[in-house]
Write a protein that binds this ligand. Structure first.
Ligand code: ZN
Length: 229
């Protein structure tokens, strides 16, 4: 295994920034005793990822970064809030995944009780973000009222992430949430299947799909060798 990728080089395969956030942790089969790698290694990685995911502008990143450098405790609190939102989203989305088509009576992926508790926490975080949001009159043609999250620089990033978490839960077609299949060698990342017939199986065919195929081949060869005296 080489060095883990920088968070800014992670493939964005989720189809929505909220799912890409969930995919900033290794989600596959656990390695022996090792916690899964978290690509959001520190507040600076989070800041860079949030810009890359399009949730804040470069100017906003400058403002949030300046405040976080002045106040490392605020940066730590922001990172902790984002990780909490991320793990809550993961639990809720897992519970929304349908039993697979090949096994329609099988269990879904998630735990509905854990998902219910996660929704309570997500709501608390989003309520805080909404309390810090402002309504802004945009005098365009036609004029609009925009609800703008992230008016407090130290909380800008967690607030934008709370906004995008609520957005995916309330507006995405949750029947299209898929998990790159771990039992078949996939990585466990989540994605919205936007294929016309809803048949996408792998987060990235080029990586996980191909890796699973070659693993099956290796296992067959190993089994064949074990069978010979
Ligand atoms: Zn995958």
């Amino acid at each position: 295994m080489g060095m883990p990728l920088d968070v800014c080089r992670l493939p964005l395969v989720g189809g929505h920034p909220a799912l890409d956030l969930v995919n900033t942790v290794e989600r596959g089969a656990p390695l022996d005793g090792e916690p899964p790698h978290d690509y959001l290694t520190d507040a600076s990685a989070l800041l860079r990822w949030t810009v890359r995911a399009g949730l804040i502008s470069d100017a906003e990143a400058d403002r949030a970064g300046a405040v976080w450098r002045e106040d490392p405790a605020a940066a730590q609190a922001g990172l902790a809030a984002v990780r909490d939102l991320r793990e809550g989203l993961h639990l809720v989305l897992l519970a929304a995944i349908q039993p697979s088509a090949g096994d329609p009576d099988g269990p879904g992926e998630g735990d509905p009780i854990a998902a219910g508790a996660a929704l309570v926490r997500l709501h608390e975080r989003w309520s805080g973000a909404a309390a810090r949001a402002t309504l802004v009159l945009d005098r365009g043609d036609p004029p609009r009222i925009r609800l703008t999250y992230g008016t407090v620089p130290a909380m800008l990033i967690p607030d934008r992430i709370a906004e995008t978490a609520l957005d995916v839960l309330r507006t995405a077609d949750l029947t299209r949430v898929r998990r790159c299949p771990v039992p078949e060698g996939g990585c466990g990342w989540l994605f919205l299947d936007q294929s016309r017939n809803g048949s996408r199986r792998w987060c990235r065919m080029a990586d996980c799909g191909t890796a699973a195929k070659s693993r099956r081949l290796t296992e067959r060869r190993r089994a064949a060798r074990a069978g010979t005296p």
